[in-house]
Design a protein around this ligand. Structure first.
Ligand SMILES: *Cc1c(COP(=O)(O)O)cnc(C)c1O
Length: 402
């Protein structure tokens, strides 16, 4: 008969547990922090995913900008397979090649300072906050309205969203929230500011690029006071906007940046990368993590970083992003289109609900998109997406509203 639950191999989808069985397990045993769509994915390749019945889906979310290299990129798969048979973990009490090589590649490929490896985006921001406070003891952290920096206590305290913060008060003290306005930001930064932390494009709250004026004001305020300018590039980085890092398309270079999501090519890893000025602020014993920088995830990240650094791929991201935004503007139910490269958001005309549209896209058109707000849809396909796949996604979206 069928293979045991979950044991079927790729291309042999008949052995997977039925969705209803998973939903029963979830109801009884999984803490209910997620609202899942009623689909079970069992296999992926580049921009495609397959469910347990063998239905094929076009993935325009990439695991929330994690699979920038596409699902199961052959280079990532080969590196992980090899490393899994060699060595997966030894802690940071010892040297392993992948961690040191990844630190060097990240520093050389961005701000030129030093790197702290960790396991997620929130952890990367925790490290950044600790770095800033170590550099300026008891200093305050300035964040922007509508920011998202993660769910752990430090990162949550930097995420000024009532629904996410209020149930978990009291938060970490010392965070100031400013409007996305150059003079408001300038006024909020003083001698007691340790850092200004911001996303160059606010991702979780609807793909809102931060204006050049605001970025320049943040840089100037930090230069004036000695505060650290830290870019959260967890979603914007790894080629998502058409350069390896989003800051490279602005006139502003931060003092440090955080990365995660796509860094591991699908595996969990994060990093804090500093410029030269902050490279030696944290010292022995100041921070640490058991799993951080393990050889398995670092091998995957080395491949992902090299793939996402390819100038030809990055040029493609810019032109394909333009094609996607142009196509969206032609859809009659799209009110506004925003973004850079393949980090794209669009608002729906009144009367359409984004959550409903995203679920219908999934179930009726087998197109994976994400609602980031009541009227906003986010599109972040793998960077290896083709022009034909962009056109196909636009066609499927068009089919939803007629
Ligand atoms: C996803 C995200 C985070 C949090 O990353 P996790 O890995 O979920 O902890 C932080 N900041 C930004 C901008 C993000 O997009």
């Amino acid at each position: 008969m069928s293979a045991p639950s979950g044991r079927a191999s790729a291309g042999e989808p008949s052995g997977f547990a039925p969705l209803a069985e998973l939903q029963a397990l979830e109801r009884d045993h999984a803490i209910a922090t997620y609202v899942r769509n009623p689909v079970q994915f069992v296999r992926g390749s580049a921009c495609r995913l397959w469910d347990e019945d063998g239905n094929e889906y076009l993935d325009f979310l990439a695991g929330i900008s994690v699979l920038n290299v596409g699902h199961c990129h052959p280079r990532v798969v080969a590196a992980v397979r090899e490393q899994a048979g060699l060595l997966t973990h030894v802690t940071n009490l010892y040297y392993t090649g992948p961690a040191m090589r990844l630190s060097a590649a990240l520093a050389r490929g961005s701000l030129g300072g030093k790197v702290f490896l960790c396991n997620s985006g929130a952890e990367a921001n925790e490290a950044a906050i600790k770095l800033a406070r170590r550099a300026r003891p008891r200093g305050r952290i300035v964040v922007l309205r509508d920011a998202f920096h993660g769910r752990t206590y430090g990162a949550l305290s930097a995420t000024p969203q009532e629904s996410k913060q209020a149930p978990f008060a009291p938060l970490v003290p010392g965070f100031d929230v400013v409007a996305k306005d150059p003079s408001a930001l300038d006024a909020a930064v003083g001698e007691d500011t340790a850092a200004v932390l911001l996303e160059p494009i606010q991702g979780e709250t609807g793909i809102h690029p931060v204006s050049e004026e605001l970025l320049a004001a943040a840089r100037a305020a930090c230069d004036r006071t000695g505060a650290a300018l830290i870019f959260d590039e967890i979603q914007t980085g790894m080629g998502r906007t058409g350069t390896l890092w989003a800051y490279q398309q602005t006139g502003v270079v931060p003092d440090a940046l955080t990365t995660a999501k796509a860094l591991g090519g699908g595996l969990p890893i994060g990093a804090l990368v500093t410029g030269p000025r902050l490279a030696d602020v944290l010292g022995a014993g100041d921070h640490g993590s058991t799993f951080a920088g393990g050889p398995l995830v670092c091998r995957a990240a080395l491949e992902a970083l090299e793939i996402c650094s390819d100038p030809q791929l990055l040029a493609g991201v810019r032109t394909l992003g333009e094609r996607l935004r142009e196509g969206l503007r032609e859809l009659p139910f799209v009110a506004a289109v925003r973004g850079r490269g393949l980090m794209v958001g669009f608002d729906l005309v009144e009367g359409l609900a984004a959550g409903d549209l995203a679920q219908r896209a999934l179930l009726e058109q087998r197109l994976i998109v994400n609602a980031t707000g009541p009227a906003t849809i986010r599109l972040e396909p793998p960077l290896v997406v083709t022009a034909a796949e962009i056109d196909e996604a636009l066609h499927r979206l068009g089919e939803l509203v007629r």
